[in-house]
Design a protein around this ligand. Structure first.
Ligand SMILES: Cc1cc2nc3c(=O)[nH]c(=O)nc-3n(C[C@H](O)[C@H](O)[C@H](O)COP(=O)(O)OP(=O)(O)OC[C@H]3O[C@@H](n4cnc5c(N)ncnc54)[C@H](O)[C@@H]3O)c2cc1C
Length: 346
């Protein structure tokens, strides 16, 4: 029997990784992508966690290294008044711009024979048999009375004390890391009260932080690349279970992990890898679509439940002004705290 084709809606990291995995198993795949490549995305561009092993198993680690991925081995944390010395990451990470990474994966998918439809938006609600949802985060106007938004831009002339710098403030947090083009990626997650008229009209001010803060000093001479600026709003960080989703989902379409963990891309790669075997079995006519969906959802929930719980707790600590200095002190002084927070969130 000829393999049944699979349609993937969304050509971000999860959709393209899944497309590559299925193409390698000779399943005919079409990916629908509303946008075009290459393009900048709001993302800390810091890949940390088991997804790196997924990339290696799918033969994509070398692809990203050739594309210029930068190795990262240290992190430092800053509040308005305190900071940690650079700490070794318990497991190394890689940093690569989404501009480069999504494009490299798209080229690889096409090279393997996959069909990629750029600039094509799939109709919402049409996620029946054979269609996988990889459409990324689900927009939500507000959560607990706050609106979340993300901003990102590349900048030159930014000195760093560690491969990843994480700066927390009452408005949110900003991560800095060096990426493939020699620039530093400056990416922040911010919140504002739903009632406040505080639109981020000047993105540079949001990314630079309050006057006098370590972040502001770090970015004092920064030269931002205007073309790399992008923004997203309507972010929801409430953890969701895959089993509650009506569609067959991978990546952020299942749930979003707080960006502070640097694990969202890893979850996109991991969920895509977990989807390959059940989708191949469906394509060969061995299992029903309902079983395919349930099998994938169960695997994702087992794999992600613990890290989502810990990430929620970590994010709350990072965003509570009275706890920010406590967090920085703990990371500074306790190897146990640092390792536990790192390992449990990936
Ligand atoms: C502020 C911020 C910082 C972050 N920092 C990090 C970090 O440092 N490290 C990390 O690991 N993760 C980080 N993340 C999370 C990371 O960006 C996501 O987890 C990751 O992009 C998820 O990949 P995805 O493929 O599921 O979704 P996406 O990469 O969002 O891809 C979804 C794709 O689907 C397409 N699409 C949507 N709807 C349709 C449709 N109807 N038809 C066709 N195409 C459609 C979109 O155009 C998009 O290309 C961050 C997120 C934010 C918001």
């Amino acid at each position: 029997m000829a393999a049944k084709p699979i349609t993937i809606v969304g050509g971000g990291l999860a959709g393209l990784t899944l497309g590559i995995g299925l193409s390698r198993r000779d399943v005919p795949v079409t990916v629908w992508e509303a946008g075009h490549y290459p393009r900048h995305r709001v993302c800390g561009e810091f890949i940390s966690g088991r997804g790196q092993e997924t990339l290696a198993r799918l033969g994509l680690r070398g692809l990203l290294e050739r594309a210029g991925a930068v190795d990262a081995g240290t992190a430092a944390f800053f509040s308005a008044t305190q900071f940690t010395p650079p700490r070794s990451l318990p497991a190394r990470a890689i940093c690569l711009s989404r501009f480069t990474m999504d494009h490299a994966l798209a080229v690889e998918f096409r090279r393997l024979g996959g069909e990629l439809l750029e600039g094509q938006r799939w109709r919402d609600g049409d996620f029946g048999e054979g269609v996988v949802r990889a459409t990324g985060r689900r927009a939500q106007a507000k959560e607990n009375g706050s609106r979340w938004f993300g901003l990102k831009a590349h900048a030159h002339n930014v000195p760093l004390t560690a491969d990843l710098e994480m700066h927390v403030s009452p408005q949110g947090y900003v991560g800095l890391c060096r990426v493939d083009n020699g620039a530093v990626n400056v990416c922040g997650l911010f919140r504002r009260r739903a009632s406040a008229d505080q639109t981020p009209h000047n993105w540079r001010d949001w990314l630079r932080g309050q006057a006098g803060s370590p972040l502001n000093q770090r970015l004092v001479a920064a030269e931002f690349d205007e073309n790399s600026f992008c923004a997203v709003a309507g972010i929801s960080l409430r953890p969701q279970r895959a089993a509650t989703r009506a569609e067959c989902c991978v990546g952020d379409a299942i749930t979003m992990i707080p960006p502070a963990t640097g694990n969202g891309m890893s979850m996109a790669f991991e969920s895509a890898e977990m989807a390959v075997a059940p989708l191949v079995a469906w394509s060969c006519g061995e299992i029903s679509w309902a079983l395919t969906r349930q099998t994938l959802a169960r695997r994702c929930d087992v794999m992600f439940a613990r890290r989502l719980r810990w990430a929620k707790w970590l994010q709350r600590m990072m965003l509570t002004p009275s706890l920010q200095n406590v967090l920085v002190r703990f990371v500074s002084r306790s190897e146990w705290f640092w390792r536990t927070a790192f390992e449990r969130t990936r």
